[in-house]
Design a protein around this ligand. Sequence first.
Ligand SMILES: Cc1cc2nc3c(=O)[nH]c(=O)nc-3n(C[C@H](O)[C@H](O)[C@H](O)COP(=O)(O)O)c2cc1C
Ligand SMILES: [Mn+2]
Length: 499
Amino acid sequence: MKHLRSLREFIAELEKVGDIQSIDKQVDWNLELGAIARRSYELRAPAPLFTHITGDQDGFRVLAAPGGLSAIPNMTYARIALALGLPANAKGADIVTSLADARTRAPIPPRVLPTGPCKQNIMRGDDIDLLRFPTPLVHDGDGGRYIQTYGLNIARTPDGAWTNWSINRMMLVDRNRLACLIPPPQHLGIIKAQWEKRGEPMPIAVALGVEPALPYVGGMPLPEGADESHYLGAYFGEPLDVVRAETVDLLVPATAEIVIEGHVSHTDNYEEGPMGEYPGYLDRRSGLPRPVLHVSAVTYRDNAILPVAVAGAPVEEDHTGWGMPHAAEMTHVLRQANLPVAACWGVLESANHWWVVAVKPDWHERTGLSSQDLAQRVGEAVFGAGKLAFGIPKLLLIEDDIDIADPRQVIWAFASRAHPEHGEVHFANEPQNILPVYLDSHEQLSYHATKVVYNCLIADRFAAGERPVPSDFAHSWPTDIQEKVLANWSTYGYSIQGT
Ligand SMILES: Cc1cc2nc3c(=O)[nH]c(=O)nc-3n(C[C@H](O)[C@H](O)[C@H](O)COP(=O)(O)O)c2cc1C
Ligand SMILES: [Mn+2]
């Protein structure tokens, strides 16, 4: 596994596989940059690296779509795979399994260095000016310019027992203030409540442009009390390099492009949002007064690179950087519950609404359960898993005779196997984030909603040997014929290849 230790090392790897596009023409931070990035996601074009942005005096740059998908054949997940130290042609299931496997390895705490590249430039006091960074106004209708879309918010409980690293968006207010989305059920919200109880603002460091695996760790729903940086150590088998922040008692990644330090107030609010978000919409109801972060220092590398995730319709970083680690945690939770899980997957094209739990087709013989009972147990295990469940509204329980990472196969299996009358198991009043647009205002205010498992299992409905066989290439021809056809594919005259 290749541990890339900075955003710049990651960019160099993307260059090697041709999955980055340097854009040297001057681009306006006001909507143009966001529109280019958005179109690049939709075409699965290389990630845009903007080198000339309007108003910039300092040689700052923006890397957008750092975790988007790629149109390069066999390299759909190149950005995610390389970020996580895997080969550029890794499959979706390999990525999820790699993250899930690290959950049972011993955590490794970070290594504290005396200094690092993130300290090359330091702004303090009256010198602080966040407006110098080329922060884009991404979508028409966003409440403001979002500087934090792909960085880590680092905060510690007042007793020092737990440090949490997570991604929550933050919007510029002015030169030294940010407005923060901190949902109370998220770990940052839990830690903020502890500081509020003490009557002290919450110290925080926001690390932007970090080594490429960290955002995936920040998007992973590890249990309360777990330090995501220790999990990163377990994942690579070696520690994350950190340095001390200047004005808050926190450790920050040594190679971060930009680190914003300060305190989150419990009394000052500023209208934050709306912003085009991961369900694929800009929902005007989501613009509300939210807590203000007062900045006490900013440190940054020379020619700093701000990473930008343009949230919205799939597939963007919420679906990859949050979706894949959530699928990994789901796999871990079901393995721990001794349920017959083969793999889990968040259907990227569903914008984090459909989550697949795949089981081996022999699950019925092995467990003796009915599909309804297994659906019930899987729902209880996933929806009862606290933090993980917050972003998981709908599960599809499917036998893995299909490729669960292929949305066409998932649609087919769901449509053809779930019974219209008794194919759904509902779970009422479960913890739920507030962003799906189908939620009503009561569900949003209470952070609770009904969830569902779609039972797409068929093994218990057919006697052994009677199971309907998928009439597809993989199942309806003998192996020797399949191999012959694959070997001769080009000689038949075809130029199109499979993935
Ligand atoms: C690119 C990206 C952006 C995200 N933005 C937000 C956000 O603005 N608000 C939020 O609550 N969660 C957001 N998330 C999801 C959280 O990071 C995720 O739920 C994570 O588990 C939260 O950390 P925690 O488990 O330590 O609370 C984002 C994830 C990613 C990958
Ligand atoms: Mn956490």
